[in-house]
Write a protein that binds this ligand. Sequence first.
Ligand code: UDP
Ligand code: MG
Length: 330
Amino acid sequence: MMNKSGPTTVSVVVPVFNEEACLEELIERTIRVLDGLSDPSELVLVDDGSHDRSPDIIARAAEEHSGRVVGITFNRNYGQHRAVLAGLAEARGGIIVTLDADLQNPPEEIPKLVEKAREGYDVVGSVRLSRRDSGFRKLFSRMINQITARTTGIKMRDYGCMLRAYRRPVVDAILQCPERSTFIPVLANSFADRTAEVEVSHSERQSGESKYGLLKLVNLQFDLLSSMTTFPLRLLSLIGTVISVLGIGFGALILVLRLIQGAAWAAEGVFTLFAILFFFIGAQFIAMGLLGEYIGRIYLDVRGRPRYFVKERMGRSDINKPRPSKEVQI
Ligand code: UDP
Ligand code: MG
Protein backbone atom coordinates (compact mmCIF):
# COMPACT_ATOMS: atom_id res chain seq x y z
CA MET A 1 0.00 0.00 0.00
CA MET A 2 2.48 2.57 1.10
CA ASN A 3 5.63 2.25 -0.92
CA LYS A 4 7.57 5.26 0.15
CA SER A 5 10.56 6.11 -1.87
CA GLY A 6 13.57 7.25 0.05
CA PRO A 7 14.36 6.72 3.68
CA THR A 8 11.85 7.43 6.41
CA THR A 9 13.33 8.86 9.55
CA VAL A 10 12.36 6.96 12.67
CA SER A 11 11.86 8.99 15.84
CA VAL A 12 11.63 7.38 19.24
CA VAL A 13 9.86 9.48 21.88
CA VAL A 14 10.38 8.68 25.55
CA PRO A 15 8.74 10.46 28.52
CA VAL A 16 10.98 10.49 31.55
CA PHE A 17 9.94 11.09 35.15
CA ASN A 18 12.47 10.32 37.86
CA GLU A 19 14.07 7.48 35.95
CA GLU A 20 17.74 8.05 36.76
CA ALA A 21 18.19 4.40 37.61
CA CYS A 22 17.35 3.05 34.18
CA LEU A 23 17.77 6.04 31.90
CA GLU A 24 21.37 5.48 30.94
CA GLU A 25 20.74 1.88 30.04
CA LEU A 26 17.64 2.88 28.09
CA ILE A 27 19.54 5.46 26.05
CA GLU A 28 22.37 3.08 25.35
CA ARG A 29 20.14 0.19 24.32
CA THR A 30 17.86 2.37 22.22
CA ILE A 31 20.74 3.96 20.36
CA ARG A 32 22.14 0.52 19.65
CA VAL A 33 18.79 -0.59 18.24
CA LEU A 34 18.47 2.58 16.16
CA ASP A 35 21.96 2.06 14.78
CA GLY A 36 20.80 -1.28 13.49
CA LEU A 37 17.98 0.29 11.45
CA SER A 38 18.62 0.99 7.80
CA ASP A 39 16.98 4.40 7.98
CA PRO A 40 18.04 7.57 9.77
CA SER A 41 16.73 7.88 13.29
CA GLU A 42 16.57 10.09 16.37
CA LEU A 43 15.77 9.68 20.03
CA VAL A 44 13.64 12.36 21.70
CA LEU A 45 13.77 12.35 25.51
CA VAL A 46 11.27 14.48 27.37
CA ASP A 47 11.93 15.11 31.01
CA ASP A 48 8.61 15.58 32.79
CA GLY A 49 9.89 17.65 35.70
CA SER A 50 12.04 14.98 37.39
CA HIS A 51 13.61 15.74 40.76
CA ASP A 52 16.50 13.38 40.27
CA ARG A 53 19.46 13.26 37.91
CA SER A 54 17.33 12.45 34.84
CA PRO A 55 17.62 15.93 33.25
CA ASP A 56 21.41 15.79 33.64
CA ILE A 57 21.56 12.38 32.03
CA ILE A 58 19.42 13.65 29.17
CA ALA A 59 21.61 16.74 28.76
CA ARG A 60 24.72 14.61 28.65
CA ALA A 61 23.24 12.23 26.08
CA ALA A 62 22.08 15.13 23.92
CA GLU A 63 25.59 16.54 23.98
CA GLU A 64 27.27 13.25 23.33
CA HIS A 65 25.01 12.24 20.46
CA SER A 66 24.32 15.73 19.18
CA GLY A 67 21.69 15.75 16.44
CA ARG A 68 20.78 12.19 17.25
CA VAL A 69 19.47 12.49 20.78
CA VAL A 70 17.16 15.43 21.41
CA GLY A 71 16.33 16.48 24.96
CA ILE A 72 13.43 18.51 26.26
CA THR A 73 12.85 19.43 29.89
CA PHE A 74 9.70 20.73 31.57
CA ASN A 75 9.59 23.17 34.46
CA ARG A 76 7.38 20.82 36.44
CA ASN A 77 5.56 17.53 36.20
CA TYR A 78 2.74 17.59 33.65
CA GLY A 79 2.05 13.90 33.29
CA GLN A 80 3.13 11.22 30.89
CA HIS A 81 0.83 12.05 28.03
CA ARG A 82 1.74 15.70 27.85
CA ALA A 83 5.38 14.74 27.91
CA VAL A 84 4.76 12.42 24.99
CA LEU A 85 2.92 15.20 23.18
CA ALA A 86 5.91 17.50 23.58
CA GLY A 87 8.07 14.72 22.18
CA LEU A 88 5.75 14.19 19.23
CA ALA A 89 5.89 17.92 18.49
CA GLU A 90 9.66 17.76 18.49
CA ALA A 91 10.00 14.55 16.48
CA ARG A 92 10.91 14.88 12.83
CA GLY A 93 10.42 11.30 11.76
CA GLY A 94 7.97 9.82 9.33
CA ILE A 95 7.46 6.97 11.72
CA ILE A 96 7.31 7.79 15.40
CA VAL A 97 7.63 5.23 18.14
CA THR A 98 6.71 5.94 21.75
CA LEU A 99 8.34 4.00 24.52
CA ASP A 100 8.40 4.08 28.32
CA ALA A 101 11.63 4.89 30.05
CA ASP A 102 11.46 2.12 32.62
CA LEU A 103 12.57 -0.66 30.24
CA GLN A 104 9.44 -2.69 30.91
CA ASN A 105 9.11 -2.83 27.17
CA PRO A 106 12.50 -3.58 25.70
CA PRO A 107 13.75 -1.11 23.07
CA GLU A 108 14.83 -4.17 21.09
CA GLU A 109 11.19 -4.50 19.98
CA ILE A 110 11.28 -1.18 18.12
CA PRO A 111 12.27 -2.63 14.72
CA LYS A 112 9.28 -4.96 14.83
CA LEU A 113 6.93 -2.00 15.16
CA VAL A 114 8.74 0.08 12.56
CA GLU A 115 8.51 -2.81 10.14
CA LYS A 116 4.77 -3.05 10.66
CA ALA A 117 4.32 0.71 10.23
CA ARG A 118 6.27 0.49 6.98
CA GLU A 119 3.77 -2.05 5.74
CA GLY A 120 1.28 0.80 5.77
CA TYR A 121 -0.34 0.66 9.16
CA ASP A 122 -1.02 4.11 10.60
CA VAL A 123 -0.99 2.96 14.18
CA VAL A 124 0.83 -0.09 15.42
CA GLY A 125 -0.13 -1.06 18.93
CA SER A 126 1.48 -3.72 21.01
CA VAL A 127 0.22 -6.45 23.23
CA ARG A 128 2.23 -7.30 26.29
CA LEU A 129 3.03 -10.97 26.33
CA SER A 130 3.17 -12.39 29.84
CA ARG A 131 2.69 -9.01 31.34
CA ARG A 132 4.67 -8.42 34.51
CA ASP A 133 2.57 -6.17 36.64
CA SER A 134 0.61 -6.67 39.80
CA GLY A 135 -2.55 -8.75 39.58
CA PHE A 136 -4.57 -5.72 40.45
CA ARG A 137 -3.12 -3.71 37.58
CA LYS A 138 -3.79 -6.50 35.13
CA LEU A 139 -7.39 -6.89 36.22
CA PHE A 140 -7.92 -3.16 36.10
CA SER A 141 -6.39 -2.99 32.62
CA ARG A 142 -8.47 -5.82 31.27
CA MET A 143 -11.63 -4.09 32.43
CA ILE A 144 -10.56 -0.78 30.96
CA ASN A 145 -9.48 -2.32 27.66
CA GLN A 146 -12.87 -3.90 27.24
CA ILE A 147 -14.76 -0.73 28.06
CA THR A 148 -12.52 1.24 25.72
CA ALA A 149 -12.91 -1.19 22.88
CA ARG A 150 -16.65 -1.05 23.28
CA THR A 151 -17.03 2.70 23.61
CA THR A 152 -14.51 3.65 20.94
CA GLY A 153 -15.41 0.89 18.55
CA ILE A 154 -11.75 0.20 17.83
CA LYS A 155 -10.71 -3.19 19.00
CA MET A 156 -7.23 -3.21 20.38
CA ARG A 157 -6.27 -5.72 22.95
CA ASP A 158 -3.96 -3.54 24.96
CA TYR A 159 -4.47 0.19 25.12
CA GLY A 160 -2.25 0.64 28.11
CA CYS A 161 1.00 -0.43 26.52
CA MET A 162 2.82 2.67 25.36
CA LEU A 163 5.26 0.93 23.07
CA ARG A 164 3.55 2.03 19.88
CA ALA A 165 4.35 3.28 16.42
CA TYR A 166 2.51 6.05 14.58
CA ARG A 167 2.87 7.32 11.06
CA ARG A 168 3.42 11.02 10.42
CA PRO A 169 -0.11 12.01 9.31
CA VAL A 170 -1.57 10.58 12.50
CA VAL A 171 0.95 12.42 14.65
CA ASP A 172 0.20 15.66 12.79
CA ALA A 173 -3.48 15.14 13.50
CA ILE A 174 -2.81 14.43 17.18
CA LEU A 175 -0.84 17.65 17.42
CA GLN A 176 -3.80 19.56 16.00
CA CYS A 177 -5.88 18.59 19.03
CA PRO A 178 -5.55 21.32 21.62
CA GLU A 179 -7.34 19.55 24.44
CA ARG A 180 -5.66 19.29 27.80
CA SER A 181 -6.55 15.85 29.04
CA THR A 182 -5.83 13.22 26.53
CA PHE A 183 -4.93 9.62 26.07
CA ILE A 184 -2.69 9.32 23.07
CA PRO A 185 -3.29 5.71 21.95
CA VAL A 186 -7.04 6.26 21.83
CA LEU A 187 -6.71 9.65 20.16
CA ALA A 188 -4.36 8.21 17.57
CA ASN A 189 -6.77 5.45 16.73
CA SER A 190 -9.46 7.97 15.90
CA PHE A 191 -7.25 9.28 13.09
CA ALA A 192 -6.00 5.94 11.88
CA ASP A 193 -7.19 4.11 8.87
CA ARG A 194 -5.41 0.83 9.30
CA THR A 195 -4.25 -0.35 12.68
CA ALA A 196 -2.28 -3.40 13.67
CA GLU A 197 -1.03 -4.98 16.85
CA VAL A 198 2.18 -6.85 17.42
CA GLU A 199 3.15 -8.89 20.41
CA VAL A 200 6.00 -7.61 22.51
CA SER A 201 7.65 -8.92 25.61
CA HIS A 202 7.21 -7.24 28.93
CA SER A 203 9.39 -7.37 31.97
CA GLU A 204 9.20 -6.09 35.47
CA ARG A 205 10.18 -2.55 36.15
CA GLN A 206 13.94 -2.70 36.46
CA SER A 207 14.21 -0.12 39.17
CA GLY A 208 12.18 2.53 40.86
CA GLU A 209 8.43 2.29 41.29
CA SER A 210 5.49 2.71 38.99
CA LYS A 211 4.66 6.39 38.79
CA TYR A 212 1.02 5.51 38.87
CA GLY A 213 -0.71 5.17 42.21
CA LEU A 214 -4.37 4.23 42.41
CA LEU A 215 -5.64 7.80 42.17
CA LYS A 216 -3.45 8.70 39.21
CA LEU A 217 -4.50 5.48 37.54
CA VAL A 218 -8.19 6.19 37.95
CA ASN A 219 -7.61 9.70 36.69
CA LEU A 220 -5.79 8.38 33.65
CA GLN A 221 -8.55 5.94 32.83
CA PHE A 222 -11.09 8.70 33.07
CA ASP A 223 -8.96 10.72 30.65
CA LEU A 224 -9.04 7.74 28.37
CA LEU A 225 -12.81 7.37 28.45
CA SER A 226 -13.66 11.03 28.27
CA SER A 227 -11.11 11.65 25.55
CA MET A 228 -13.13 9.57 23.20
CA THR A 229 -16.73 9.73 24.13
CA THR A 230 -19.31 11.61 26.08
CA PHE A 231 -20.63 8.19 26.92
CA PRO A 232 -20.81 8.78 30.71
CA LEU A 233 -22.86 11.94 30.13
CA ARG A 234 -25.09 10.09 27.71
CA LEU A 235 -25.58 7.44 30.34
CA LEU A 236 -26.82 10.13 32.71
CA SER A 237 -29.47 11.31 30.29
CA LEU A 238 -30.44 7.74 29.47
CA ILE A 239 -30.86 6.77 33.10
CA GLY A 240 -32.57 10.11 33.73
CA THR A 241 -35.12 9.51 31.03
CA VAL A 242 -35.87 5.99 32.23
CA ILE A 243 -36.31 7.18 35.83
CA SER A 244 -38.48 10.07 34.78
CA VAL A 245 -40.73 7.90 32.67
CA LEU A 246 -41.07 5.44 35.55
CA GLY A 247 -41.66 8.28 38.01
CA ILE A 248 -44.29 9.96 35.90
CA GLY A 249 -45.95 6.63 35.16
CA PHE A 250 -46.02 5.71 38.80
CA GLY A 251 -47.35 9.14 39.76
CA ALA A 252 -50.12 8.82 37.19
CA LEU A 253 -50.95 5.34 38.43
CA ILE A 254 -51.29 6.55 42.03
CA LEU A 255 -53.52 9.40 40.92
CA VAL A 256 -55.79 7.09 38.92
CA LEU A 257 -55.96 4.55 41.74
CA ARG A 258 -56.74 7.36 44.15
CA LEU A 259 -59.72 8.37 41.98
CA ILE A 260 -60.95 4.79 41.74
CA GLN A 261 -60.24 3.56 45.24
CA GLY A 262 -61.07 6.71 47.12
CA ALA A 263 -59.33 8.86 49.70
CA ALA A 264 -59.02 6.11 52.30
CA TRP A 265 -56.89 3.94 49.96
CA ALA A 266 -54.60 6.85 49.30
CA ALA A 267 -53.93 7.39 53.00
CA GLU A 268 -55.81 10.67 53.04
CA GLY A 269 -53.76 12.58 50.51
CA VAL A 270 -50.35 11.16 51.32
CA PHE A 271 -50.29 9.12 48.10
CA THR A 272 -51.34 12.13 46.06
CA LEU A 273 -48.43 14.02 47.51
CA PHE A 274 -46.17 11.17 46.44
CA ALA A 275 -47.63 11.26 42.97
CA ILE A 276 -46.86 14.97 42.68
CA LEU A 277 -43.39 14.35 44.02
CA PHE A 278 -42.73 11.65 41.42
CA PHE A 279 -43.82 13.99 38.67
CA PHE A 280 -41.35 16.59 39.80
CA ILE A 281 -38.51 14.16 40.24
CA GLY A 282 -39.17 12.86 36.75
CA ALA A 283 -39.19 16.36 35.33
CA GLN A 284 -35.93 17.11 37.07
CA PHE A 285 -34.25 14.09 35.58
CA ILE A 286 -35.40 15.00 32.12
CA ALA A 287 -33.99 18.47 32.63
CA MET A 288 -30.70 17.00 33.83
CA GLY A 289 -30.51 14.75 30.83
CA LEU A 290 -31.07 17.74 28.57
CA LEU A 291 -28.32 19.65 30.33
CA GLY A 292 -26.12 16.60 29.93
CA GLU A 293 -26.71 16.58 26.19
CA TYR A 294 -25.74 20.24 25.93
CA ILE A 295 -22.71 19.82 28.14
CA GLY A 296 -21.64 16.89 25.99
CA ARG A 297 -21.78 19.07 22.91
CA ILE A 298 -20.00 21.93 24.63
CA TYR A 299 -17.30 19.50 25.66
CA LEU A 300 -16.86 18.22 22.14
CA ASP A 301 -16.67 21.76 20.77
CA VAL A 302 -14.35 23.08 23.42
CA ARG A 303 -11.84 20.38 22.62
CA GLY A 304 -11.56 21.91 19.19
CA ARG A 305 -10.45 18.75 17.49
CA PRO A 306 -10.19 18.69 13.72
CA ARG A 307 -13.60 18.03 12.29
CA TYR A 308 -12.30 15.52 9.84
CA PHE A 309 -9.08 14.03 8.78
CA VAL A 310 -8.11 13.88 5.14
CA LYS A 311 -6.42 10.62 4.33
CA GLU A 312 -5.49 11.18 0.74
CA ARG A 313 -5.96 13.77 -1.98
CA MET A 314 -6.06 12.85 -5.59
CA GLY A 315 -5.93 14.59 -8.93
CA ARG A 316 -3.68 17.55 -8.25
CA SER A 317 -0.30 18.12 -9.76
CA ASP A 318 1.36 18.86 -6.42
CA ILE A 319 -0.03 15.65 -5.11
CA ASN A 320 3.22 14.28 -3.85
CA LYS A 321 4.02 17.28 -1.75
CA PRO A 322 3.50 16.62 1.92
CA ARG A 323 0.22 17.94 3.06
CA PRO A 324 0.65 21.10 5.11
CA SER A 325 -0.31 20.02 8.58
CA LYS A 326 -2.59 23.06 8.96
CA GLU A 327 -4.97 21.46 6.56
CA VAL A 328 -6.20 19.13 9.23
CA GLN A 329 -7.49 22.13 11.10
CA ILE A 330 -10.15 23.30 8.67
N1 UDP B 1 5.97 9.29 33.33
C1 UDP B 1 6.02 10.66 33.05
N2 UDP B 1 5.33 11.51 33.87
C2 UDP B 1 4.55 11.08 34.90
C3 UDP B 1 4.47 9.69 35.13
C4 UDP B 1 5.18 8.82 34.32
O1 UDP B 1 6.70 11.09 32.13
O2 UDP B 1 3.95 11.90 35.58
C5 UDP B 1 6.72 8.38 32.46
C6 UDP B 1 7.65 7.43 33.20
O3 UDP B 1 8.92 8.00 33.37
C7 UDP B 1 7.69 6.26 32.26
C8 UDP B 1 6.31 6.25 31.65
O4 UDP B 1 5.79 7.56 31.82
O5 UDP B 1 8.62 6.44 31.22
C9 UDP B 1 5.39 5.21 32.27
O6 UDP B 1 5.39 5.32 33.68
P1 UDP B 1 5.37 4.06 34.62
O7 UDP B 1 6.34 3.04 34.11
O8 UDP B 1 5.56 4.52 36.02
O9 UDP B 1 3.90 3.54 34.42
P2 UDP B 1 3.41 2.03 34.40
O10 UDP B 1 4.40 1.22 33.61
O11 UDP B 1 3.33 1.60 35.81
O12 UDP B 1 2.08 2.12 33.72
MG1 MG C 1 6.20 1.08 33.51
